[in-house]
Design a protein around this ligand. Structure first.
Ligand code: HH2
Length: 279
C-alpha cells in the first residue's frame, strides 16, 4: 500500500485525499479577507475537517496573478497560530509558502507538509525542509505571480512541466529527501493559458507516471470561470468536475475550498473503484 510520509503521519494513497484550503490572507482571489484573524481561520479549518478534509493547507500569502509578495514576518504571524492550533488537535497541516524562514517556523509549529509553489527553488528552501520529516509538494510555475499570466509560453506544456518536476524530484533525492515524502503538482493557472491548463489536465497521467503522487489544484480558478461563465463564488460544480477528471487521470490529492462537495463526489468515485466485479 502506498503511503505519504508527512511528519508523524502516514497517509494512505489508496483513496484520493482531500486537502482543504485555509487562506489567512486579506487578498486571496476567492476567499481573501474572510479569515484574517486566527480564530476565524481555526473555526473555518475545523469545519473543513468535519466535512472530511484529510489535510489542511494554511497559507498567509496570496499567489494569485498580480499578487504582491508579503514580508516573511507578516506571513509567519498570519499562519503560525493557526498551524499550532490545528496541529495540536491532531490535524495534518500543510503550510503553503515559498519562504524558507516561514517553512522552518511552520515545521516548528507542527506543520507536517510544506506546499511550495516554487518547488524549493528559493535559496535556503531545500535546507529548510531537508532535516525534517515533513512531506513536500513541488509545484510548477512559469514566471512570478505578479507577471505570470501576461504571456505564458511553452513548446510542449506537458513535456516541459514533466521535465521540471522530474528535475525537482531529482534535486530532492540528491538532498536526501525520501521519495515517499514527495508530491508533485502541475500548478494549474500558474503561468498557463486556458489551453495549457486543459492539456495538463487531459495528460495528467503522464505526470503521474513520474511515480510520485500528483496533487491537482483547480478550485475556483479562472479557467473554470472562462469555461462556465460563472463568478468565482459559483464555480463549485465546475471544480468538482475538474477535480474528478484529475482523479480519473491519476491525481492522488485534490486541493479544494469546497470540501463537502468534493467528498460527495469521491464517495461515488471510491464506490465505483472498489466494487468487486464478481458481486
Ligand atoms: N493554487 C493556489 C495556491 N497554492 N498550491 C498548490 N500546490 N497547487 C495549487 O494549484 C495552488 C497552490 C492558488 O489558490 P488559492 O490558495 O485559493 O488562492 P491565493 O493564492 O490567491 O491565496
Amino acid at each position: 500500500m502506498s503511503l505519504l510520509h508527512a511528519g508523524p503521519h502516514r497517509l494512505s494513497l489508496e483513496r484520493p485525499l482531500v486537502m482543504g484550503i485555509v487562506n489567512v490572507t486579506p487578498d486571496s482571489f476567492s476567499d481573501g479577507g474572510r479569515l484574517t484573524d486566527a480564530d476565524a481561520a481555526i473555526d473555518h479549518a475545523l469545519k473543513l475537517v468535519a466535512q472530511g478534509a484529510d489535510i489542511l493547507d494554511v497559507g498567509g500569502e496570496s499567489t494569485r496573478p498580480g499578487a504582491h509578495p508579503v514580508d516573511a514576518a507578516v506571513e509567519a504571524a498570519r499562519v503560525l497560530p493557526v498551524i499550532e492550533a490545528l496541529a495540536g488537535r491532531g490535524v495534518v497541516v500543510s503550510v503553503d509558502t515559498r519562504k524558507p524562514a516561514v517553512m522552518r517556523q511552520a515545521i516548528e509549529a507542527g506543520a507536517a507538509m510544506v506546499n511550495d509553489v516554487t518547488a524549493l527553488t528559493a535559496p535556503g528552501a531545500m535546507a529548510a525542509v531537508q532535516d525534517s520529516s515533513v512531506a513536500v509538494c513541488l509545484m510548477h510555475m512559469q514566471g512570478e505571480p505578479q507577471t505570470m499570466q501576461q504571456a505564458p509560453h511553452y513548446e510542449d506544456v506537458v513535456g516541459e512541466v514533466g521535465l521540471f518536476l522530474a528535475d525537482r524530484i531529482a534535486a530532492c533525492a540528491a538532498a536526501g529527501i525520501a521519495r515517499n515524502r514527495l508530491v508533485i503538482d502541475p500548478g494549474f493557472g500558474f503561468g498557463k493559458t486556458l489551453a495549457h491548463n486543459l492539456l495538463l489536465l487531459r495528460h495528467l497521467d503522464q505526470l503521474a507516471a513520474l511515480g510520485v503522487p500528483v496533487l491537482a489544484g483547480l478550485s475556483r480558478k479562472s479557467m473554470l470561470g472562462t469555461l462556465t461563465g460563472r463568478a468565482v463564488d459559483a464555480r463549485e460544480y465546475a471544480g468538482v468536475a475538474a477535480h474528478l477528471i484529475a482523479v480519473a487521470r491519476g491525481a492522488k490529492i485534490v486541493r479544494v475550498h469546497d470540501v463537502a462537495a468534493m467528498r460527495d463526489a469521491l464517495a461515488i468515485w471510491n464506490a465505483v473503484e472498489e466494487i468487486s466485479d464478481g458481486t
